[in-house]
Design a protein around this ligand. Structure first.
Ligand code: ASP
Length: 325
């Protein structure tokens, strides 16, 4: 039996949301009740032990900011380093859970494994007062996953949604309203997923590189690329078609952007599967990089972190850092 307590960090989301009419759960406001109230609502059994709740934010996660990611990151780090904390659960909106997941994985995944602790992201698709709200079950399951980490040896940055635990890095939202909207992207790549020897630095300030996502589609125009480069964009993630293929008009301007020093990463808008480097676009010849199994929003965060790390350390380029996230 582990001594110590769990730390529960609240970020808001639908799990903390309220519908004005509980029988119409699609009309609701996210981030309305506190994480302490959520904890109180699930009425923990005695075997989970003490849980300490801390409200970091209470927002709809579409409004997530880099400042909040930093604040959350430092709160998680403090919890990992605190001997009295045996595991951490974060309640979070599902819309950008995958972005926070890849951020925490890249910056604190190794630290969590070092301390043999799990950090578990969870949320809900229905507001807290809906009939059959899924939040309480998800929260309870996440708390158990964090509590049992030492016994199950499931450490690192995890997620627990609809009864399925996974690495938070592998999760993406692929349905607008289904209870199992968050799915795990089946891994198609060889080798360990966390190839880095050490975590990337946890940013201490909010000056993150400017990285945008551009979607490739029929009838694409290149002017958007020109406008972004003129405004000083530092990275562009292409949400490409199929295996990350790019409309020729857009590709031409992106090749130019890469020549101008913009970091260009190619991902897929399909929602699942991986983008491999040589098929069907010649990344090497064009100086682009493939996002592998990272969805466009995850690749955007990963590219920001890779650029930040490369700028501050100067010993490794962003390409080799990005390739290991
Ligand atoms: N809009 C909500 C959020 O991301 C959706 C959710 O939590 O499911 O905060």
């Amino acid at each position: 039996m582990n001594s110590g307590h769990l730390l529960l960090l609240g970020m808001g989301g639908t799990i903390a949301g309220l519908a004005s009419d509980p029988s119409k759960p699609m009309a609701y406001q996210a981030g309305q009740i506190s994480v302490a109230e959520l904890l109180h609502e699930i009425g923990l059994e005695s075997d989970i032990g003490h849980v300490e709740a801390m409200q970091v934010a209470n927002i709809d996660s579409r409004h997530m900011t880099e400042e909040l990611l930093i604040t959350l990151g430092w709160a998680v780090k403090a919890g990992l380093e605190d001997e009295a904390v045996i595991g951490i659960v974060i309640t979070h909106g599902t819309d950008t859970m995958e972005e926070t997941g890849v951020f925490l994985h890249a910056t604190l995944g190794k630290l969590a494994s070092h301390y043999k602790k799990a950090v578990v992201l969870t949320g809900a698709m229905l507001p807290s007062n809906a009939d059959h709200a899924d939040g309480p079950l998800n929260l309870r399951a996440a708390l158990y996953l964090a509590k049992e980490a030492k016994d199950t040896e499931q450490y690192g940055i995890l997620a627990m949604m609809a009864g399925k635990p996974c690495l938070a890095r592998d999760l993406s939202k692929q349905h607008t309203h289904a209870l199992d909207a968050l799915v795990v992207n089946a891994r198609e790549l060889d080798g360990p997923i966390h190839k880095r020897q050490a975590d990337l630095s946890l940013p201490g300030e909010a000056q993150w590189p400017w990285v945008e996502i551009l979607t490739s589609h029929g009838g694409a125009k290149g002017e958007l690329v020109d406008a972004l480069v003129a405004q000083g964009v530092e990275g562009i993630v292409i949400a490409g078609t199929g295996q990350g293929s790019v409309n020729r008009v857009l590709a031409e301007r992106l090749v130019w952007a890469a020549q101008m020093g913009v970091a260009v990463v190619r991902s897929s808008r399909t929602g699942a599967g991986a983008v491999f480097s040589e098929i069907p676009e010649p990344d090497t010849a064009w100086n682009w990089l493939s996002a592998r199994d990272l969805s466009p929003p995850k690749a955007r965060i990963a590219l920001q972190l890779a650029l930040l790390e490369a700028n501050s350390r100067k010993t490794e380029d962003w390409q080799s850092i990005f390739a290991t996230i």
